[in-house]
Design a protein around this ligand. Structure first.
Ligand SMILES: [Ca+2]
Length: 242
């Protein structure tokens, strides 16, 4: 009986692992934010497009401090794209919201966990906005207008966690459920900005892989998981006399 039970447990665990199979995220380096004052900023000079997709991979190390505490993915002067994860009430453990013209918020329980990578996409096409979480439509389409991108943007305000592969596109990348991207995005003619945070560990300036809109990390926002510079590898060895 014990062997049989062990086999059943193994099959259950293996099945669960398969069901949760996700791409190997992050892709090299990622942006680290403390949720206190860390942000990354850039000033865009882009005519407001008629269509839009903002997407990223995100990981929360801590949730919201209240049911209305917005953990911002990216924001402009008059709009924010954010998530809320507040576990105490058990009812706002997965919210995605947008505060621009026509903004709205949608919540589903138990959809955003801590210390787990998620993919979030926000699309606007034909005046209809849609959120996607991990490739699945999150709520229903909502009448909304594309926000201004001709301004200074802030990334990661009030978010304690990590971001990777932030892509802004002047097209609706998704119009139905999709497979979560399994590799770094390629540049194409629809990309307005793309930040992959693959700079060496500790960097605070992040290259726009497909354009010229570098992000600047402020108050401690930095990259981890990327290339470790040689001096950080060899100095301890010298110090130890090895
Ligand atoms: Ca990366």
């Amino acid at each position: 009986m014990k062997i049989k039970n062990a086999l059943i447990l193994f099959v259950l665990l293996f099945s669960t692992t398969l069901a949760k199979a996700m791409p190997d995220i992050p892709f090299n380096g990622y942006l680290v934010l403390d949720g206190i004052d860390d942000i990354a900023t850039t000033t865009l000079s882009i005519s407001t497009p008629s269509k839009l997709t903002i997407e990223t991979f995100f990981l929360l190390e801590t949730g919201s401090s209240s049911p209305v505490d917005r953990l911002e993915i990216i924001s402009g002067n008059n709009w924010k794209l954010y998530v809320i994860r507040y576990s105490l009430l058990g009812t706002r453990t997965g919210c995605i919201g947008y505060t621009g013209p026509g903004g709205w918020e949608h919540c589903q329980t138990s959809t955003i966990g801590l210390n787990v990578w998620h993919h979030l996409a926000f699309t606007i096409e034909n005046g209809q906005g849609q959120f996607y979480l991990n490739g699945e439509a999150f709520g229903s389409p909502h009448a909304v207008t594309v926000p201004s991108l001709n301004e200074t943007l802030s990334v990661g305000n009030n978010l304690n966690g990590h971001l990777d592969e932030i892509r802004i596109s002047e097209i609706a990348r998704y119009d139905s459920n999709f497979s979560v991207p399994s590799q770094k995005f390629d540049c194409d003619s629809y990309i307005l900005s793309l930040w992959g945070f693959d700079e060496p560990e500790g960097s605070t300036q992040f290259n726009d892989r497909c354009g010229g809109n570098a992000l600047l990390g402020i108050n401690g926002a930095h990259s981890e998981g990327g290339l470790v510079l040689p001096n950080k590898v060899f100095l301890p060895q010298i110090t130890n006399g090895n």
